[in-house]
Design a protein around this ligand. Structure first.
Ligand code: GDP
Length: 135
């Protein structure tokens, strides 16, 4: 099924810090996703906790929130046919060691914590996450 969608992408602190933002954006553009809106920001730990609320019961939650708020990030609205699933494919598996060759996480990820990118995993979450950062 083909349909134009929007999804939220975040270039996480480890990748911004290593100046990988432009290389990562290239990966999206190569796969026909367009960047509709983008900004470089740093969020507070409280904002990170709100953003990752679905993970609040997980053992890694505190570390995750500290990490996402630890430095500048680039948040983007990506748009294109099946943008949500295409972006997830371009990103690769959560753990860079398990990610397929050619994916962002395989090429640039350092660890399961410092895995360089976030991408919405469903239409519902895409809408919520876009609202969170852009409204
Ligand atoms: P994603 O959609 O692939 O980013 O994965 P999730 O939404 O499940 O998790 C959000 C983020 O939490 C991931 O990108 C990881 O950085 C982190 N994370 C997920 N699972 C684990 C885990 O088992 N251990 C640790 N340390 N971090 C995790």
């Amino acid at each position: 099924m083909n349909s134009k969608e929007q999804t939220l992408s975040i270039i996480k602190p480890d990748a911004v810090e290593r100046n990988l933002a432009e290389k990562i954006k290239e990966k999206f553009l190569e796969r026909k996703l367009t960047i509709k809106n983008q900004k470089k920001i740093q969020i507070s730990k409280e904002e990170a906790a709100e953003f990752y609320k679905v993970h609040q019961t997980k053992p890694f939650y505190d570390r995750l929130c500290n990490y996402l708020s630890s430095g500048p990030i680039v948040v983007m609205i990506l748009e294109g046919e099946n943008a949500i699933s295409i972006n997830r494919k371009i990103m690769g598996a959560t753990d860079p060691q398990k990610a397929d060759k050619g994916t962002i996480r395989k090429e640039f990820g350092i660890s399961i914590d410092k895995n360089s990118v976030h991408g919405s995993d469903s239409q519902d979450n895409a809408k919520k996450e876009i609202d969170f950062f852009f409204n």
